[in-house]
Design a protein around this ligand. Structure first.
Ligand code: 5GP
Ligand code: ZN
Length: 113
């Protein structure tokens, strides 16, 4: 499998892993779009949020909990931050492995679409 994020999960592509548990890992985005730009990624290969079965939807809640904790660690809980999941081509998803973006550390653009 040549999925970039699966290779990061497997340690085949080196990355600064800032959090991990049985289900998920987090690491800095290689092209940060804000002073804080982290990716929270399930270890299991799920192509996008659209592929998440009802039974697995708690996983997104888990990713959000991790993001909230990382925001706290990064000191941006009070100032605010954005969590984003891109889905599919027109949703701007470039890497076809589900991931949650945590962005913050400055006033973010108001544009979402
Ligand atoms: P998407 O557009 O799919 O929501 O976001 C994919 C993100 O993954 C992009 O922000 C991109 O910079 C990041 N990315 C792509 N390849 C790598 C990589 O090899 N390592 C890391 N850390 N981030 C990556
Ligand atoms: Zn993958």
């Amino acid at each position: 499998m040549d999925c970039i994020f699966c290779q990061i999960v497997d340690g085949k592509i080196p990355s600064e892993i800032i959090y991990q548990d049985e289900e998920a890992i987090a690491f800095p985005d290689i092209q940060p779009q804000a002073p804080v730009h982290l990716l929270i990624v399930p270890k299991r290969h799920i192509p996008s949020v659209a592929h998440l079965a009802e039974a697995a939807s708690a996983l997104v809640g888990h990713l959000v909990n991790i993001a909230n904790q990382l925001a706290e660690n990064e000191g941006i809980s009070e100032s605010g931050y954005r969590l984003a999941i891109n889905c599919g081509k027109e949703g701007g998803q470039a890497v076809p492995h589900l991931h949650l973006h945590l962005l913050g550390g400055r006033e973010l653009s108001g544009k979402l679409g």
